[in-house]
Write a protein that binds this ligand. Structure first.
Ligand SMILES: Nc1nc2c(c(=O)[nH]1)N[C@H]1C(S)=C(S)[C@@H](COP(=O)(O)OP(=O)(O)OC[C@H]3O[C@@H](n4cnc5c(=O)[nH]c(N)nc54)[C@H](O)[C@@H]3O)O[C@H]1N2
Ligand SMILES: Nc1nc2c(c(=O)[nH]1)N[C@H]1C(S)=C(S)[C@@H](COP(=O)(O)OP(=O)(O)OC[C@H]3O[C@@H](n4cnc5c(=O)[nH]c(N)nc54)[C@H](O)[C@@H]3O)O[C@H]1N2
Ligand code: SF4
Ligand SMILES: [Mo]
Length: 724
C-alpha cells in the first residue's frame, strides 16, 4: 500500500525557499512518514526539490528548541513563556528608557519572507520599535531591485518578474535558478520550465563567472568578470540607442529620461567595456539586438548582480534595458503580477511605498533604504561609543554571524551588547550570543499563505495551507511571540489605556494572522470585485490544492502609484553614480583572484545543515578554482588551501574545475558550524568554513550600501603545515 493512500495525508506548502512548492505530508499521529510534491498545485505541479523532504527532519529535529531559553554564562535554562516575555520586556524597556529608541537594534532574516506570522505581526512589532537601527538580509540580497522599483516606478515592491513560461529568449545574469529555484521569480521547477522554453524553439543565455547548472542546461554561456555587469548593461543600452533598436511600445508616453539615459551610455560601447567585463563585444551587440528583435524576450538579473560593487546601477539598468528593448510589461517579458493579496496598496497604505537616503548610518553614513540601514554597518554601530549606539539587539529568523559580510567581526561585537534576544528555533552561531531565545513552532505546525512572494510569481495562483500538526499547548507561533513582545514593549503609561491595550492584545492573540489574509483576499484584485467567483479564504480552505488565476497580464500604466504615472528611466541618483562606473572602466582590473558565492540544491543559506539527509555525501564546502589558477599556486584537487582577504582567513579544500572563469574562485556561504556552544549536532559534524569570515564589511555598493559579497579580492595558497 502506498503511503499516499493512507488517510492522514495533508496538503501543505514548503516554505523553505521562494518557490513555495505545494506538498503533501503523510503522517502517522505525530510522525511525518513522507513528504511529496502535490501534483494538483497549479504552480509547482508536483515538483519538489530534496529540501522539502527535510521538512520532516526539521520538525523532528531533537536539536530544535521547543521552550524559551535563558543564558547564564555558558549555561542555558528552559523557562516558561511568561517568564521569558517578562524578562525580555523588562530589559528592552530599561535599555530604551535609558539610552533612547535607537539603542535597540533589530535584524530580520530571510525566513521572514516565508512566514505569515512574521510578515504580519512581526512587522508591527519590529517597525513599531521606532528605532533607526533596523537591519535585514535585504541589504545582502535584493535591495538594488527594490531601489529600482522605488526610483523608477514609485513603489519599492513593484519589481517585475520574467514571464518565463511564455518567453522565447531568457537572458540570465547573476542568477542560477536551476539550483535556487528562482528568486524574484517564484517559479518552481525551473528545469522543466527551461526545457519547455527550448522545446518551443526559444533560447536561454547565461552570463556568469561560473558555468553554472543553469548554464549547463541552457547551453549558451559566457563568462563575465565579477562586479562588472553594470558595464555590460551600459553597453546594451548603448547599442540599443546607437543601432536604433529602442522600441518602447505602449509605454512610450509614460517613460521619462530617455535622452539622459542615452547620454549616460555614450561612453560605454561594448568594444570599450569588454576588456573589463571579459564579454566579447560581438556577444554584447548580439544580445542587445536579440533582446530588441525577439518578440518575447526578457533580461533577468538576480543576486549576483545585486551584492556587488555596482549593485545599485545594475538594478536600474536591468529594468532600463527591458524597457528600451520593448520587453517591459509585455507577454514573455518582464511583467508585473496580479496577486490575490496585493502587497502594493497595502504597503502604500502602511506608509511603506519606499524611501531612500533620508538619513545615513551613524558611524559611516551609509544610506537608509525603506527605513532600514545596510547590515554591513551593524558591527560598527554596536562597537562605536556615543549616542545612538546599539546596546540591545533583537534577531528574528536570521543568522547574521554566518550570513553577513565579516560575520566574524559581527560575532565579536555581539559580545559587547547589554542584551540580546533571538526569535529562532535553533541555538546556532548567532543565537548562542543571545541572553534569551524564543523558539517558534515548526514549518509544519503553522498555516501558510505566501503574502510576500505571491507578488513575484510567474503565474498568478493562490494557495492557503493549514497546519499539518497542531502546536503543543506550551509552544508558540512566531506571531504569538511577536504579540507577546509587543504587549511588553508598547505599554501605555495610563492605567486605563493599559487595560484597554491588554484586551486588544488578547483579541489579536485569539484572531491570529488569518483575518489579515481573509481581508487581503477580499480586497485584492481577484476578490470581491469578481463577485461570487471571487477568491476568499473560505474558498481556499475548501480548495486546498490552490486556485489558478491565470498568466501574467500587462499592468501598466494602472499599476503605477501616485498621480504622475511615469516610469523614470534616468533617476538622478543613478546618473550621479555613473561617474564611479567610468572610473572602473578607466582603471585596469587589479591582479589576483576574486571570490564569488555558490548556492547548492541541498543547502538553504546557513540553517539546514542539521538535516542528516541534506548533508550526507562528500563535503560540499569546497573552493572551486580554475585548473590554471590552481596549478599556479601548486594546489591539487582535494588539497586544503588558505583563503584570505583583508577581513579574515579560512581553510578550505580546493576543487579544481574548468567551470570557473580564470581568476575567480567560488565558495558556498552558510557554512562554518564549528563554533562552540551551538546546539547543532549534525551540522557541527559537517562544519565547513564560513565564506563570510572572508567577505568584507567595508566593500559595499557605494550608492545603496548593499554588501559587496561577490567579487571580493582574495589570496589563495597551500595551507601552511604547522610544524610539530
Ligand atoms: N557570502 C554570502 N553571504 C550571503 C549570501 C551569499 O550568496 N553569499 N546570500 C545572502 C542572502 S540572499 C540572504 S537571504 C541572507 C540570509 O541571511 P539570514 O536570513 O540571516 O540567514 P539564514 O541562513 O537564512 O538564517 C535563517 C535563520 O532563521 C531561523 N529560522 C528558520 N525558520 C524560521 C522561522 O520560521 N521562524 C523564525 N523565527 N526563525 C526561523 C534559522 O534557524 C536561522 O537561524 O544571506 C546572505 N548572505
Ligand atoms: N538551494 C538553494 N536555493 C536557494 C537558496 C539556497 O541557499 N539554496 N537561497 C535562496 C535565496 S535567500 C535567494 S536570495 C535566492 C538567490 O537566487 P539566485 O540569484 O539564483 O542565487 P545564486 O544561485 O546565488 O546565483 C547567483 C549567481 O550569480 C553568479 N555571480 C556571482 N557574482 C557575479 C557577478 O558579479 N556577475 C554575474 N553576472 N554573476 C555573478 C554566481 O556564480 C551564481 O551563479 O536563492 C534562494 N534559493
Ligand atoms: S524548491 Fe525545494 S525548498 Fe524551495 S519550496 Fe520547492 S521544495 Fe521547498
Ligand atoms: Mo536571499
Amino acid at each position: 500500500m502506498s503511503v499516499q493512500s493512507r488517510q492522514d495525508v495533508h496538503r501543505h506548502t514548503c516554505t523553505l525557499c521562494e518557490a513555495g512548492c505545494g506538498i503533501t505530508v503523510a503522517v502517522d499521529r505525530d510522525r511525518v512518514l513522507e513528504v511529496r510534491g502535490d501534483p494538483d498545485d497549479p504552480a509547482s505541479r508536483g515538483y519538489i526539490c530534496p529540501k522539502a523532504t527535510a521538512l520532516a527532519d526539521l520538525h523532528h529535529d531533537p536539536d530544535r528548541l521547543r521552550q524559551p531559553m535563558v543564558r547564564d554564562g555558558d549555561r542555558w535554562t528552559e523557562v516558561s513563556w511568561e517568564e521569558a516575555f517578562d524578562l525580555v520586556g523588562r530589559r528592552l524597556r530599561e535599555i530604551r528608557e535609558r539610552h533612547g529608541r535607537d539603542s535597540v537594534g533589530v535584524y530580520q532574516g530571510n525566513p521572514t519572507a516565508h512566514n505569515l506570522g512574521l510578515l504580519t505581526y512581526g512587522q508591527v512589532l519590529f517597525r513599531g520599535l521606532g528605532t533607526r537601527n533596523v537591519y535585514s538580509a535585504t541589504s545582502v540580497d535584493q535591495l538594488p531591485h527594490m531601489l529600482a522599483a522605488y526610483l523608477m516606478f514609485g513603489h519599492q515592491l513593484l519589481m517585475p518578474v520574467p514571464d518565463i513560461d511564455r518567453t522565447d529568449l531568457f537572458v540570465c545574469l547573476g542568477g542560477n535558478p536551476v539550483v535556487s529555484n528562482g528568486s524574484i521569480m517564484t517559479a518552481p521547477d525551473m528545469r522543466t520550465r527551461l526545457k519547455a522554453l527550448a522545446r518551443r524553439g526559444g533560447r536561454a543565455v547565461v552570463l556568469d563567472p561560473r558555468r553554472t547548472e543553469t548554464a549547463e542546461l541552457t547551453g549558451e554561456h559566457h563568462f563575465i568578470r565579477p562586479g562588472t555587469d553594470a558595464l555590460l548593461l551600459m553597453s546594451l543600452v548603448h547599442v540599443l540607442f546607437t543601432e536604433r533598436l529602442v522600441r518602447t511600445g505602449h509605454l512610450g508616453e509614460y517613460l521619462t529620461g530617455l535622452d539622459r539615459l542615452r547620454e549616460a551610455a555614450v561612453d560605454f560601447p561594448p568594444e570599450r567595456t569588454s576588456e573589463v567585463t571579459g564579454v566579447d563585444p560581438a556577444v554584447a551587440r548580439r544580445l542587445a539586438r536579440d533582446l530588441a528583435g525577439t518578440e518575447r524576450a526578457v533580461l533577468y538579473g538576480r543576486v549576483g548582480t545585486c551584492t556587488q560593487e555596482f549593485g545599485g546601477l545594475n538594478g536600474w539598468l536591468l529594468v532600463a534595458v527591458n524597457a528600451l528593448a520593448g520587453n517591459l510589461d509585455t507577454p514573455g517579458g518582464a511583467m508585473f503580477t496580479t496577486p490575490a493579496v496585493d502587497a502594493v496598496p497595502a504597503a502604500r497604505w502602511a506608509g511603506h511605498a519606499g524611501s531612500f537616503a533620508r538619513y545615513g548610518s551613524r558611524v559611516r553614513g551609509l544610506p537608509e533604504f525603506g527605513g532600514e540601514l545596510p547590515v554591513s554597518v551593524l558591527a560598527e554601530e554596536i562597537e562605536t561609543p556615543g549616542d545612538g549606539r546599539i546596546r540591545a539587539l533583537v534577531t528574528s529568523a536570521g543568522n547574521p554571524v554566518l550570513s553577513t559580510p565579516n560575520g566574524a567581526r559581527l560575532e565579536r561585537s555581539l559580545e559587547r551588547l547589554d542584551f540580546m534576544v533571538s526569535v529562532d528555533p535553533y541555538l546556532n552561531e548567532t543565537t548562542r550570543h543571545a541572553d534569551v531565545i524564543l523558539p517558534p513552532t515548526s514549518q509544519l505546525e503553522r498555516s501558510h499563505y505566501p503574502l510576500a512572494l505571491a507578488n513575484y510569481a510567474v503565474r498568478n495562483t493562490a494557495r492557503y495551507s493549514q497546519a499539518v500538526f497542531r502546536r503543543a499547548a506550551d509552544q508558540r507561533h512566531d506571531w504569538e511571540i511577536c504579540i507577546g513582545l509587543a504587549a511588553q514593549l508598547f505599554r501605555p503609561a495610563n492605567a486605563l489605556l493599559r487595560q484597554a491595550a491588554r484586551l486588544g492584545w488578547r483579541a489579536l492573540r485569539a484572531l491570529g494572522p488569518e483575518p489579515i489574509v481573509a481581508l487581503g483576499l477580499r480586497l485584492g484584485p481577484h476578490g470581491l470585485r469578481r463577485g461570487r467567483h471571487g477568491v476568499s479564504l473560505r474558498k481556499l480552505r475548501e480548495r486546498q490544492q490552490g486556485i489558478d488565476l491565470g498568466p501574467l497580464e500587462s499592468r501598466l500604466p494602472d499599476r503605477l502609484p501616485g498621480r504622475s504615472s511615469t516610469i523614470a528611466l534616468a533617476p538622478a541618483e543613478y546618473l550621479a553614480d555613473v561617474a564611479r562606473l567610468r572610473e572602473r572602466l578607466a582603471n585596469a582590473s587589479p591582479d589576483g583572484l576574486v571570490l564569488i558565492g555558490r548556492r547548492q540544491l541541498r543547502s538553504n543559506n546557513s540553517w539546514m545543515h542539521n538535516s542528516p539527509r541534506l548533508v550526507k555525501g562528500r563535503p560540499r564546502c569546497t573552493l572551486l578554482m580554475h585548473p590554471d589558477d590552481a596549478a599556479e599556486r601548486g594546489l591539487a584537487d582535494g588539497e586544503l588551501a588558505t583563503l584570505s582577504s583583508r577581513a579574515g582567513r579560512i581553510d578550505v579544500p580546493v576543487e579544481v574545475s574548468d567551470a570557473m572563469m580564470p581568476g575567480v574562485v567560488s565558495l558556498p556561504h552558510g557554512w562554518g558550524h564549528h563554533r562552540p556552544g551551538a546546539r547543532l549536532s549534525v551540522a557541527g559534524a559537517h562544519p565547513g568554513a564560513s565564506m563570510n569570515d572572508v567577505t568584507d564589511e567595508y566593500l559595499v555598493d557605494e550608492l545603496t550600501g548593499t554588501g559587496a559579497i561577490t567579487g571580493v579580492p582574495v589570496a589563495v595558497h597551500a595551507r601552511e603545515t604547522v610544524a610539530g
